[in-house]
Design a binder for this molecule. Structure first.
Ligand code: IMP
Ligand code: MG
Length: 436
């Protein structure tokens, strides 16, 4: 069964890009099936830092990739990203397919997102227009990639859509008017750049699976940002859980062999919304600084929390996680104490089920606190050589969640990684290279 998924177990920004980049060379095909340029993935390879928002991270390793059916594409972002990847030496022309079924984020979606966010109930979006674009998609008023790259259809669709959008903008207090012809002129050059990459996605994945190829499906954002299971309404408009990834890729679960959940030994959140285990002051600043915890898309300093094992267990169940990749361990190298949330109290009672959305905002956390290791870990490549406090941390995570920590990442670079259980994260044919 040749599908491996990699997705976020927390609130996003767990370091999925790095893990995908590490694994990608062992796979025949990489798929990014959901979300839009609200996501930001950073890959550090061969001394170069590459930031991506839409292209699957697997492309950096030279693996053929597909932007899958449920992705929301800002054409300007993708056109620019293609150019950036090319100048970083990536063979984009031979590696990238963009699904005909992806939808477009158009300039008016960005404007509607801004209008929503200055209204009475902002949720702290990335203001990339993702929510309004998904709303149009669900409302059957969206623009699909297949239409976008066909000049006649693009022109006609813009004429159909623009008048309604202008009325919506006025209703939301806006004063900007969009004109179909102007939009067409603005968008046509980006359509020209994207056209050669557009093709079917799910069908290609099915063919790859039928041929026994190994497919790596990568998520965007984290499970706690999930539209349905996250802290609604402070969530994104797509589905970062594994079920969402499979739906976006157009494949059933029978092919899935490995479900890798990426997690940090602390948590961060951008935007607003309730959080459990928040850290403040020097304790938080140290992590923001050492972990460079600023939004890739927005530049906002992320809010920092203790690693929440109650939530992690919940998301591992939502996803069917079979192994964790623990990233950014080295960020805690100077933290005197390591805090883990290991219990929730709601209305004075210990919660035995994960709380409902309204109760989550009332949670009082219980902590398990262990000593920090106060020593650098970034140079370590052997699990046994990690400080004993790190092993204690890993043990607590595994005991609490019943999921093994298969990868430990100790730095941003591809090399700064300990693959502790290769058989849990790599296709069988790739194991030989990893056997000690
Ligand atoms: P939107 O996705 O821009 O609509 O924003 C909705 C919420 O999801 C906000 O709290 C964002 O900060 C959050 N969000 C969206 N994309 C990401 C991501 O890639 N990482 C972390 N949070 C994200
Ligand atoms: Mg990110």
């Amino acid at each position: 069964m040749p599908i491996t998924t990699v997705n976020g177990s927390q609130f996003g920004d767990e370091g999925k890009g790095k893990i995908v980049d590490l694994l990608a060379e062992h796979f025949d095909l990489g798929v990014r099936p959901t979300a839009g340029d609200n996501a930001g993935h950073t890959v550090v390879a061969n001394g170069k830092t590459i930031k991506m928002r839409l292209a699957p991270s697997a492309i950096v390793a030279g693996t053929p990739v597909i932007i899958g059916d449920d992705v929301m594409i800002n054409p300007f972002t993708l056109a620019k990203e293609i150019e950036d990847l090319k100048s970083a030496g990536v063979d984009v022309d031979n590696l990238l397919t963009v699904s005909t079924n992806t939808h477009l984020v158009l300039p008016y979606h960005v404007y509607l997102d801004e209008l929503n966010e200055v209204g009475e109930t902002p949720i702290g979006t990335t203001k990339r227009g993702i929510g309004p674009a998904f709303a149009d998609k669900v409302n059957r008023k969206g623009m699909r990639m297949e239409e976008f790259v066909s000049p006649e259809i693009l022109k006609k669709r813009l004429e159909q859509l623009t008048e309604r959008v202008n009325r919506m903008a006025v209703a939301l207090g806006g004063d900007k008017e969009f004109n179909a012809q102007e939009l067409y002129e603005q968008l046509a050059p980006a359509a020209d750049i994207l056209r050669p990459y557009v093709g079917p996605s799910a069908q290609k994945i099915h063919k790859a699976l039928a041929e026994g190829q190994e497919v790596l499906i990568e998520g965007a954002q984290g499970s706690l940002n999930d539209l349905v299971f996250g802290t609604y309404p402070y969530v994104t408009s797509s589905r970062p859980i594994v079920g969402g990834l499979l739906a976006g890729a157009g494949v059933g679960p029978k092919h899935v062999e490995r479900v890798i959940g990426v997690m940090k030994p602390y948590q961060t959140r951008v935007g607003i919304g309730p959080i459990v285990g928040e850290m403040f002051g020097e304790e938080a600043d140290l992590i923001v600084r050492r972990g460079n915890e600023y939004g890739t898309v927005t530049g906002r300093a992320r809010r920092v929390m203790a690693c929440d094992l109650v939530a992690l267990k919940h998301t591992s169940e939502l996803n069917g996680t079979t192994a964790f990749a623990l990233t950014k361990l080295d960020v805690l190298d100077e933290s005197p104490k390591i805090k883990l949330v290991t219990g929730y109290i709601v209305d004075g009672k210990k919660a035995d089920l994960f709380p409902t959305n309204l109760d989550y905002a009332k949670v009082k956390e219980e902590y398990t606190i262990i000593d920090g290791w106060n020593t650098p870990t970034s140079h370590i490549r052997d699990y046994d050589k990690l400080p004993k406090q790190v092993k204690e941390l890993v043990n607590i995570i595994e005991q609490f969640t019943n999921v093994a920590v298969a990868i430990v990442s100790v730095g941003a670079d591809r090399e700064a990684t300990i693959v502790r259980h290769p058989e849990m994260v790599l296709p069988k044919r790739a194991l030989a290279a990893y056997q000690k």
